[in-house]
Write a new protein. Sequence first.
Length: 242
Amino acid sequence: MAFGEATAERVESINQTVPSTVEWKGYQLINASVADTVGWLSRVVTEKGYQRLSFASAHTFYLAEHDPYYATALRRISGLLTDRSGVAAINRNTDYRTLVHLNARQIIPRLFDSLSSGTKIFLIGASPAQAQHLASNIGEAWPHLCLVGNEIGDFEAWEAANLVNTINASHADIVIAGMDTPRQEQWMDRHAATINAPLVLGVGGLFEFMASHAFGGTLCTADRHANGSWRFHLKGPALIRS
C-alpha cells in the first residue's frame, strides 16, 4: 500500500491509542511511560497504522535552532521521543517538569520483545564495521523477528529511490534508521512518506550500541532455539536471514 492509499482508514484506530503528547515549539513530544510507548508502537505495527518517529536529544534541539529546514523536518515527523538530555534542555526553558524521558536503548529492545513472530525489520545507516555484529546480535536475541534488510552507510540523492523501492519490495513492517543528525530526520522528511511500512523510526547512534552489546537476562524473552544464522547479499553488504 503506497502512502495516501486508504491512509485515513488504517490510521484512524491507531490515532485513538496515541500516548499522551506535549507540544513544544511546534514539536510533538511523546509523553508516556516506557511500557505505554512500547505497547503503542507494537499496535502501530500489528494493526498496520502509520507513524514516523525519531528519538531526540539536547543536540537535536540545538541543531534545529540553527537550521530552519531541520527544524521543519522535525515538526513534520509524527512525534519525537525525547531522551534525558533533551528533557533537561526543554525544562530549562519551560515548566514541563513531568515530561517523560524516553531513549532508544530503553524502547527498541522492549519493542522487539513485544513483536509477533515473523515481524519484518529493515535497518538502514549502519557502518560497515557495525553491520555484521548488529545483525548477529539481533538474530541471537530476537530470532522470532525477520531481518529483511540491513543497508550500510550514507545514501546520496540518486540512491534514495532505489533504497525506497528495496524497502517496499521487502514488505518490511518496521524501518529503523540509524544515521547522524540532522541527516537522519532530513532523510525521513524526504522519503518516509513513500515507504509502505507502518512504522519508521529514527534511532541515531543506537546501532553502535546494539552492535557491541549482546542482549540477554530478563530483557529478551524471545525463543533462543530458532536459527539465527545470517548471510551476505551477493550484490552488496546487506545482511539477510538465511
